[in-house]
Write a protein that binds this ligand. Sequence first.
Ligand code: ADP
Length: 247
Amino acid sequence: MGGSKNTKLVIDGKRVDGRTTDELRDIKIVTGVIPAADGSAFIEWGGNKILCGVYGPRECIPRHGASPYKATLKCRYMMSPFSSLEEHGRSGPSRRSTELSKVIREAFENVIILERFPNAQIEIYLDVLQADGGTRTASLTAATVALANAGIPMRDMVAAVAVGKADDILVLDLDKGEDNLGQSDMPVAMSMRDKKLLLIQMDGLLTREEIAEMLDMVENGCNKINTIQVDALRKHYENNGEDNFTW
Ligand code: ADP
């Protein structure tokens, strides 16, 4: 944060990777990639590669964790030891992965119709194979597709993207360089029909006006992301739901 004086992240409205300020990185999603799972999705979002597997609804184990009123949602976000140069081969849970698992679970607790499956559990597993900034939002986006592929009833679809500020300019979908060197970062997840905010986190300093403008940028971005999510599902079912790992 703070941005080093000699690192320019935005020059003449173009970012380091050539994007305009409100342009998303390339996003590809395929679903049905793990036949043994009830639902799955693989997302490539810029330099991020994330695999999501969904299991359930199935019996809640351990039983004492079960609720007679609704399904228990479990979410485990994990980075592979080789997902980024920073990780140095460290594996297993960390404070960060625990936090991300929690915020992703809480976002989905608001859209999955958990009351329909008392005593059951639904599990969402997210493995980040390669990380390049924005893995929590890419994870939320992929998990939505995997949940739909598993046939889990949801009130709405979820799309997510981060927006931030670099060189005093608002930019959508920060990559890792922008995240590390920019002034502010605000990941947001949104329900697509009623445009409610399911997750919003932020660091850095922002004015109210900036936040309002950033939320508009997020909404436009999420509309585009949702088209890609729906296309992935459509493509899968047009192939009669056969497992298919071609873009
Ligand atoms: P997000 O991935 O949602 O942007 P952060 O803001 O915590 O989450 O991290 C930004 C980026 O920094 C990540 O996407 C990843 O590329 C890198 N990163 C952060 N923490 C770690 C870590 N513990 N190990 C490896 N890479 C990390």
